[in-house]
Design a protein around this ligand. Structure first.
Ligand code: NAD
Length: 288
């Protein structure tokens, strides 16, 4: 570390609260070291109240950028100069790039999802996806998949606090992309089963399967899942969720957790700041 940090070191932040548990500093600092890049990545406790001052500091200190997480992903938008089209559609930002004082907001979760599939040589463009969940992750996934050329997305959500967001997502995708999106009630099990059976990929972005819902799944009947369906769970702790176990019992060949998505969303931010490819396999070994 002392060999790397000097008077020219470029600072990148992570502004959120709480945030000290994050793996991102380990991810990015190891990637900088591996590539010999003179950058440092630090986590800062930034509450909603401190956010405007923190964004000012980004400009004042000429930081290259920052990651943004809860509770700041949406409220940071009015503080920025520009928004990437995907971030504008998603209505949230997880990465800021500072180009000589001009701050642009990006969202990389959806990019991470698509790239994780590309890494496995699975191309969902031109195909249909059934997606459970329309929260932060589900919105980013739906928007990026639609922008990248997925032909149809059937979005399922409970009638909970996220329902209105799901309505918004479907309208936005249909208005602004060539993808045809539809909204369905997760409570309608026959509809859910039929849409999955008609899809190329089923993605669960609800977090059912991780604490406090570890061991639970929205699909417990293996007969719902064709062997050639792709099954993607955004959860990465535990590494194998109940949904993945059910898919494996059904003989599904392509079953993924959210690890690849997590690594690739970080790699996409890394590329935006440095212009370089993150050594993803190396970082995978270090983190897991
Ligand atoms: P969120 O709270 O914004 O959204 C949660 C969604 O799940 C909502 O649509 C909600 O209606 C739905 N939901 C909640 N409880 C449910 C239940 N019991 N049954 C059915 N639906 C339910 O959360 P988020 O930030 O979108 O995160 C969701 C999951 O995605 C988490 O497991 C998180 O770890 C994961 N995630 C993974 C990555 C990655 O890089 N792999 C990135 C972001 C989020």
């Amino acid at each position: 570390m002392t060999e790397r940090i000097d008077g020219h070191t470029i600072l990148i932040g992570l502004m959120a609260y709480p945030i000290r548990h994050s793996m991102s500093p380990t991810m990015h600092n190891n990637a900088f070291a591996k590539l010999g890049l003179n950058y440092a990545y630090l986590a800062f406790d930034v509450t909603a109240e401190k956010l405007p001052a923190a964004i000012d500091a980004l400009r004042t200190l000429e930081m290259r950028g920052t990651n943004i997480s809860m509770p700041n992903k949406q409220r940071v938008i009015p503080l920025l100069d520009k928004l990437d089209p995907a971030a504008e559609m998603v209505g949230a930002v997880n990465t800021i790039v500072n180009d000589d004082g001009v701050l642009t907001g990006y969202t990389t979760d959806g990019i991470g999802f698509m790239k994780a599939l590309d890494d496995e040589e699975i191309d969902i463009r031109g195909h249909k996806m059934t997606l459970a969940g329309a929260g932060g992750a589900g919105t980013a996934i739906a928007v990026q998949a639609a922008l990248d050329g997925v032909s149809e997305i059937s979005i399922f959500n409970l009638h909970d606090a996220e329902w209105d967001n799901a309505v918004r997502n479907v309208k936005l995708i249909n208005d602004r992309t060539n993808c045809h999106a539809t909204l369905h009630e997760l409570e309608n099990r026959n509809d859910f089963k039929a849409e999955i059976q008609d899809s190329f990929i089923y993605t669960d972005s609800t977090g059912v399967g991780m604490k406090p819902l570890e061991g639970q799944t929205l699909i417990d009947d293996p007969s719902w899942l064709r062997k050639d369906l792709v099954v993607f769970d955004t959860v990465y702790a535990p590494r194998t969720t109940k949904l993945m176990t059910v898919a494996q019992a059904a003989g599904v060949e392509h079953v993924f957790n959210g690890l690849g998505m997590m690594l690739e969303q970080g790699a996409a931010a890394f590329k935006l700041w440095t212009g370089k490819e993150m050594p993803v396999d190396y970082i995978h070994q270090i983190l897991f």
